[in-house]
Design a protein around this ligand. Structure first.
Ligand code: FAD
Ligand code: PHB
Length: 391
């Protein structure tokens, strides 16, 4: 078998790349280890930057997003019952949209299958070979038989635990990592949100976030120790803690049946460069940000926007200038997002630093209120700096 580009992983990065390439007449095969049902149900991010929304529209997969996505002007920051609204639309002229990652994935899968383009679920034993040559290969097992796909280039879009990044020979990659000693306990509940925009809550007990998926479904998070046992968090305890950490006078979090509950660790990670020979890494395969800045999914989409443009140029003109510069260009936005995600995490979580740490955090929160420059800086990072050329 043969394809111009072999794409490993059908998450947001792999599926968006496939659509971008297919649209430019470049054929690709997407290989995914999980079932279609599993990837369409996997609950993860929910906040799309305007760049991401614009790209999904451009790709013709924005119809349901336009109908069901919730457009927000900004966010609330809350501490000790006091609430500040950061009006991002006013500060930056840009919006954010709430639309679940699994909905994005569903729309992208439907678009690909409509094209009749190859997307194989439940593949196993995926391995990549000959990355330094002109004809890299992917071998894998599908429906009980072994296959080999010869490509011109391979896109490693297989997430943090995938096989592509570890296939790069030791010593060629520099990995930067910072693992936090806390994670996020996340729930989905059948409960009408009692806020119209997200609330990021600072509290002595730890961080809490009030998000949503629709006018009837709430998505909420609590900072918990990294090694926390979910069994220690029956539903009543979760609601009680959310009410405490997000409290404000005359207001409460809307409660309802919890139908999804899990703990995710927090990590900052960057692998450089995002390329080895004919293998190009994109999305979580190359970098992870803590979710406080809501950047993971948006970065994955930005990577493939850059990668697709470089691949199209290479196939059309033979020039590898774009591909040679891909890693450097993608990493500029990755590091910007790392810095911002780190800033939001340090601003709002209990970092174990006691009262001195709290004093710094409260001073920063107050500064955001006093200084439009500070609020604007947060806003322009949160909504995402406009996509321009190689940024
Ligand atoms: P992924 O979505 O991980 O997709 C990679 C795909 O590759 C998967 O479908 C996987 O099954 C497949 N795969 C893996 N190995 C192989 C293999 N060997 N062969 C074939 N296929 C393979 N971001 C936020 O902004 N906000 C959040 O609240 C948030 N919550 C998260 C919660 C969790 C539990 C996790 C893991 C991530 C969360 N993120 C969040 C991050 C965000 O979801 C990711 O940044 C985003 O999914 C990145 O997309 P991707 O396509 O690069 O990777
Ligand atoms: C979410 O809705 O899942 C969400 C929103 C904002 C974040 C993280 C997660 O910063």
């Amino acid at each position: 078998m043969r394809a111009q580009v072999g794409i490993v992983g059908a998450g947001p990065a792999g599926l968006t790349l496939a659509l971008l390439l297919e649209r430019a007449g470049i054929d690709c095969v997407v290989l995914e280890s999980r079932t279609r049902e599993y990837v369409e149900k996997r609950v993860r991010a929910g906040l799309l930057e305007q760049n991401t929304v614009d790209l999904l529209h451009e790709l013709g997969v924005g119809e349901r997003l336009a109908r069901e996505g919730l457009e927000h002007r900004g966010i609330f920051l809350r501490h000790r019952g006091h609430t500040q609204h950061i009006d991002m639309a006013e500060l930056t002229g840009r919006h954010i949209t709430i639309y679940g990652q699994q909905e994005v994935v569903k729309d992208l899968i439907a678009a690909r299958l409509d094209l009749g383009a190859p997307l194989h679920f439940e593949v196993s034993e995926v391995a990549i070979h000959d990355l330094e040559g002109e004809r890299p290969r992917i071998t894998y097992t599908h429906a009980g038989s072994e296959h080999e796909l010869a490509c011109d280039a391979i896109a490693g879009c297989d997430g943090f635990h995938g096989v592509c990044r570890p296939s790069i020979p030791l010593g060629l990659l520099t990995e930067h990592e910072s693992v936090y000693d806390f994670g996020w306990l996340g729930i989905l509940a059948e409960a009408a949100p009692t806020t119209d925009e997200l609330i990021y809550g600072w509290h002595e007990n730890g961080f809490a976030l009030y998000s949503m998926r629709s006018p009837r479904i709430s998505r909420l998070y609590l900072q918990v120790p990294a090694d926390e046992d979910i069994e220690r968090w029956p539903d009543e305890r979760i609601w009680e803690e959310l009410q405490t950490r997000l409290a404000a006078e005359g207001w409460s979090v809307g409660e309802g049946p919890i139908f999804e509950k899990g703990i995710a660790p927090l990590r900052s990670f960057v692998a450089e460069p995002m390329q080895h020979g004919r293998l190009f890494l994109a999305g979580d395969a190359a970098h992870i940000v803590p979710p406080t800045g809501a950047k993971g999914l948006n970065l994955a989409v930005n990577d493939v926007r850059l990668l697709a443009a470089a691949l199209v140029d290479w196939f059309r003109t033979g020039s590898s200038a774009g591909l040679d510069g891909y890693s450097t260009a993608a990493l500029r936005r990755v590091w910007r997002a790392q810095d911002f995600s780190n800033y939001m995490t340090q601003l709002l979580h209990d970092l174990g630093g006691g009262e001195f740490q709290q004093g710094l955090q409260l001073a920063r929160l107050e500064y955001l209120e006093r200084s439009e420059a500070a609020a604007r800086s947060l806003a322009e990072n949160y909504v995402g700096l406009p996509a321009a050329g190689d940024f």
